[in-house]
Design a protein. Structure first.
Lengths: 396, 413
């Protein structure tokens, strides 16, 4: 459960002119709403205190404008045995996306809200829905849930679309796309968007798509259709048939698959090994490359402790048996505290990054920026110890 | 009751330290089994309760806008009373305990929840979660023993003020939410300090509580009644809100009295609790210091599962919906270690708690030494104890206790 490999993105070269989407909720709650609307709203808030009007409206219309960003699953369709596309109707405040971007999704997995990021696999759709395509990773809590247990009607929490892994505008004459496994997901979004337009773009696109085997290749048939229609030149590579792709190999490497690769603007998405190889290969040739990384989360040794940093400034070395509360206090942090035995929840602080271990039963809680809940995961500091380096938000 | 260390036979004297640590491990295993099982079903349960409560409250308030019609008034007031009880008991109390924090839903979380009550969530969490749940039933440390206005244990010293405690308790029951707010602020203690010496924290908490009370009152007694203007239902709506608050107060007060005041619940001496109390010892104190209410599923829901007070005190952070399920296992632990699991029906426990409030309004030994024959002298004695200062009171108290002891000894012989 703690070795879950989850995709994490980091775009290396910026190629985007996308404006960061503004959360409409934030805009709606800026101070002193003037005018009649604002006054009516204040009155409505006062009529339902200690709740806010939004809490009441959430019961009836969770996708309205002004609600926290979320979406309802409208369709789950299997792509391969262990992957599925989830079509989501987003709330009214969804501010759109550019193909290639990703979205942070919060799903209730066995009652617990867990956040992950997934590439959007469509351009903007006519029905206003989003789609993500998820590959179930062995042991992956969220991916397994989305592929095998998600059902139409269920709600997902969303964050605005993000990411710089997007095609330039205008498009270059020649493009090279290299993807491996579920690395195809941002790219399929780009292709679907390009070829759903009234005028087909004149760009010459080569897609090198690497998979373990033919049967595990997501979007295999759809990509072949694009190839047959002359949209792209598709190079399919299967590890079980062709062996592992050695990018730099003079005879069987990328240069042999794409002879004119020096003329092409390159984009790649996939596991770290492939991207590292591509980066050094392109750097050597002096070529630009935009990558999107899928990074597994590596968990430290649970019993070993680590460095605990606090957003207010200080940091402390803590062993694996010292409660974070004690570690913070001895570092001079003004920690909230209460019973100190795990009963009162008076010491709860958000874990922004890293892993902690419950000293009572060894349960691990892990926070990954950009992956888990945006505001951090609230934990009890009096009964949790560091399980590797971690950081706590004590400024909130 | 008397603190266990002063009783003729301490109910824990048969347990060795090893027994107590094993008991702790047994209870930890029960806790872990719930943590392992906890999941989608539990999350669905609390979301359902929140959903039903919100719809019930909204619906009842809507019906009340035409409460000039008596049936609408009755239906709306019953609905609003139930909604307020659910909000305070099964939802508010339990969410603020962190029972649902594991869902990582910021909307149902101990750090963000605010409840429909005069006391602020922040102040309540301190006095309840931190003080009461940690120092449960330690005389002089757990202010829940009588809330600072009553004597509910023989080991709390009698004062003339306690003669009125049946009345104080009744008034507190009617206005319980304000009682809780005053209690959470430690109002009595703070008001006895000269104004300029009161802590900044108290001043700011006081301000927050007043703001909260204003907001609450504005909703119940201003905005909602105003919605009845078109139908001429302003006064009925006012009455409905007052009634619903009163019903909620009386109900929650009764349930909460049943948690620690009925006969059979044990209390503890401050100096008998070691500084480094072990987990087993803490568990043992929680086991002896709480009492359950038996009854139907609906009753458990309306008490916020505080009817499972023993299970709640052992595992305050487990989802309330799981208490009923683990109660048989907890009961088995009581049997294994020869401890008594205090449980009774709601009327029985309410009576028992009230009986104690009345009984302890009089000095220790007073009732035992009073007969029809000596009633006039006893009344005189009580008058003297109430009016003639501390020294007379102490001397009379010592005499009363001595007489009561002698009586007991001679009747036994």
């Amino acid at each position: 459960m703690t070795t879950t490999a989850v995709p994490r993105r980091a775009a290396i070269t910026a190629a985007s002119t996308v404006k960061p989407p503004v959360s409409a909720r934030q805009a709606a709650t800026t101070p002193a709403r003037p005018g009649l609307r604002g006054r009516v709203r204040r009155l409505a808030d006062a009529a339902v205190t200690p709740l806010e009007l939004d809490d009441v409206l959430d019961v009836f219309h969770p996708l309205r404008a002004g609600a926290p960003l979320r979406g309802r699953i409208v369709e789950v369709c299997a792509e391969t045995e262990d992957s599925a596309t989830i079509v989501i109707k987003p709330g009214k405040d969804w501010s759109g996306h550019v193909p290639g971007q990703y979205v942070r999704v919060g799903a209730e997995v066995d009652g617990v809200r867990l956040w992950r990021t997934y590439s959007l696999t469509h351009g903007p759709r006519r029905d206003g829905c989003l789609s993500i395509t998820v590959k179930a990773i062995p042991g992956g809590l969220v991916s397994q849930h989305l592929v095998h247990s998600a059902r139409p009607g269920q709600m997902l929490q969303l964050a605005p679309a993000q990411g710089d892994f997007v095609l330039p505008d205008p498009l270059p004459a020649k493009l090279l796309l290299v993807t491996a496994g579920s690395g195809i997901t941002p790219v399929i979004g780009m292709l679907r968007n390009l070829y759903s337009r009234a005028t087909t773009p004149a760009t010459d696109i080569v897609l090198v798509h690497v998979n373990a085997s033919e049967s595990s290749a997501i979007f295999r048939d759809e990509l072949r259709e694009h190839a047959e229609a002359g949209h792209i030149t598709l190079v399919e590579r299967y590890d079980d048939r062709d062996g592992l792709l050695d990018v730099a190999h003079p005879v069987t490497g990328l240069a042999s698959l794409v002879p004119d690769l020096d003329d092409r603007l390159a984009y790649a998405c996939g596991p770290a090994g492939l991207l590292d190889a591509l980066e050094s290969f392109h750097a050597e040739r002096g070529l630009a490359l935009t990558t999107e990384r899928f990074r597994p989360v590596v968990l430290g040794d649970a019993g070993a402790g680590g460095t605990v940093t606090f957003t207010s400034g200080p940091s402390a070395e803590a062993d694996g048996e010292t409660p974070l509360l004690d570690a913070g206090e001895s570092a001079g942090v003004l920690m909230p505290s209460g019973c100190r035995i795990g009963v009162c929840f008076g010491c709860v602080l958000p874990l922004k990054q890293g892993a902690v271990r419950d000293l009572r039963n060894g349960a691990i809680t892990q926070a990954v920026p950009g992956e888990t809940a945006p505001e951090g995961i609230p934990i009890q500091t009096c009964i949790n110890a560091a399980a590797g380096d971690c950081s706590l938000d004590d400024a909130g | 009751m008397t603190v266990i260390t002063k009783q003729d036979t301490n109910p824990t004297s048969h347990l060795t330290p090893e027994n107590i640590e094993q008991l702790g491990r047994d209870l930890d295993a029960i806790r872990q089994s719930v943590l392992d099982a906890r999941g989608e079903k539990d999350a669905a349960y609390i979301r359902k309760v929140v959903d039903v409560q919100r719809k019930l409250e909204l619906g009842s308030r809507a019906v009340l806008t035409v409460s000039i019609l008596p049936p609408a008034w009755i239906a709306g007031t019953i609905g609003l009373s139930i909604a307020k009880i659910l909000e305070n008991m099964e939802i508010g109390h339990n969410v603020m305990h962190g029972q649902w924090d594991w869902m990582r839903d910021p909307k149902i979380h101990s750090t963000t929840w605010e409840w429909d009550n005069a006391s602020t969530a922040e102040a309540w969490k301190h006095s309840h979660n931190e003080v009461h749940h940690t120092y449960t039933n330690i005389v002089g440390k757990d202010n829940d023993l009588g809330y600072g206005i009553m004597r509910v244990d023989e080991d709390q010293r009698w004062a003339p003020f306690h003669l009125g405690q049946p009345l104080w308790n009744f008034i507190n029951a009617c206005f319980f939410e304000y009682g809780i707010a005053a209690y959470d602020l430690e109002l009595g203690k703070n008001l006895s300090i000269p104004k300029e010496k009161r802590s900044e924290k108290f001043q700011s908490d006081l301000k927050k509580t007043f703001a909260k009370i204003r907001r609450q009152a504005k909703k119940d007694y201003l905005i909602h009644p105003a919605l009845g203007l078109p139908t001429g239902s302003v006064v009925p709506i006012l009455a409905a809100n007052f009634t619903a608050n009163l019903v909620r107060n009386l109900w929650s007060h009764s349930v909460i009295m049943c948690g620690h005041f009925p006969e059979g619940v044990e209390t503890f001496e401050k100096k008998s609790i070691p500084d480094n109390e072990t987990r087993g010892e803490w568990y043992l104190r929680q086991m002896l210091g709480s009492a359950n209410i038996s009854g139907s599923k609906a009753m458990h829901l309306m008490t916020g599962n505080l009817s499972h007070q023993i299970e709640h005190h052992l595992f305050p952070d487990l989802p309330s919906s799981r208490y009923a399920e683990i109660a048989p296992q907890v009961k088995a632990v009581f049997e294994t270690y020869g401890l008594s699991y205090v449980e009774g029906s709601l009327p029985k426990q309410v009576y028992s708690a009230w009986h104690k409030v009345v009984r302890l309004s009089l000095p220790n030994g007073f009732l035992a030494t009073t007969t029809a024959k000596n009633a006039p002298q006893q009344a005189k004695l009580l008058w003297a104890m109430s009016t003639k200062g501390k020294r007379v009171r102490r001397a009379a108290q010592a005499r009363l206790e001595q007489t009561a002891r002698r009586q007991k000894a001679s009747s036994a012989a």
